[in-house]
Ligand binder design. Structure first.
Ligand code: ATP
Ligand code: MG
Length: 201
């Protein structure tokens, strides 16, 4: 049990889903800010399997994305990484992610974290009515996107420091031989170079 976890309340578990192709500092700041604001005991990063909303696009192998996520989060004692989505067959649906995490951590209260762009797509999720009952939702601000107020009491919004970083931009920068230092953690810069990721666009 972590120091700040109060024994009289359930574990508060943040869930940060993403493609993480690659993970970048915008993801890490979002998780850190929500953890502080909502007094979370832990944030679990969950790299997607084959992302259904990106099925038309080329996505780096799940193992590379998983390992970059592990490297990026290793230094934070409150950050962990889950394989539930990459080990499940088929496309990733948030409902399955939340059900699997609940099965693993039945006593935890879940806080699903999304950026403003993903939040505005939330209504297109499969099984959305079931998804609402599985977790609280925290939408964080993201440069270039307007946060939509979904008007539900288990959905809240948090303004976080604006980092205009996207994985798409990081991939394009690597392909164009531009630096990604300080956009992604140092270990991720080196991992990308080591395995020659994103060099073919
Ligand atoms: P891509 O460009 O490949 O879509 P991305 O940067 O959007 O990558 P994702 O893995 O798609 O990253 O996003 C995972 C989650 O992190 C989403 O909820 C997304 O809204 C959020 N997110 C990503 N970048 C930021 C950022 N700079 N600030 C706030 N939230 C972010
Ligand atoms: Mg995205």
């Amino acid at each position: 049990m972590s120091e700040r976890q109060h024994s009289d309340r359930p574990l508060r578990l943040g869930v940060m889903g993403g493609t993480f192709d690659p993970i970048h500092n915008g993801h890490l700041v979002a998780a850190s800010e929500v953890a502080a604001e909502y007094d979370l005991d832990e944030v679990v990063f969950v790299p997607t399997g084959q992302p259904w909303q990106k099925a038309d696009k080329q996505v780096t192998s799940a193992e590379h994305r998983y390992l970059m996520t592990v490297i990026a989060t290793a230094s934070n004692p409150r950050f962990t990484v889950s394989r539930v989505d990459i080990d499940r067959e088929g496309a990733t649906y948030t409902r399955d992610t939340l059900l699997d995490l609940r099965a693993q951590r039945p006593d935890a209260e879940l806080f699903f974290i999304t950026g403003a762009d993903a939040m505005s797509q939330i209504m297109s999720w499969r099984d959305i009515d079931q998804v609402w009952d599985l977790a609280n939702f925290v939408g964080v601000s993201r440069p270039g996107y307007v946060m939509s107020d979904l008007g539900r009491d288990n959905v809240s919004q948090l303004e976080i420091p604006a980092l205009a970083i996207s994985s798409t931009d990081c991939r394009e920068r690597v392909a164009a031989d531009k630096p990604v230092w300080y956009l992604v953690p140092d270990g991720v810069v080196q991992y990308i170079a080591k395995y020659g990721l994103y060099t073919e666009s």
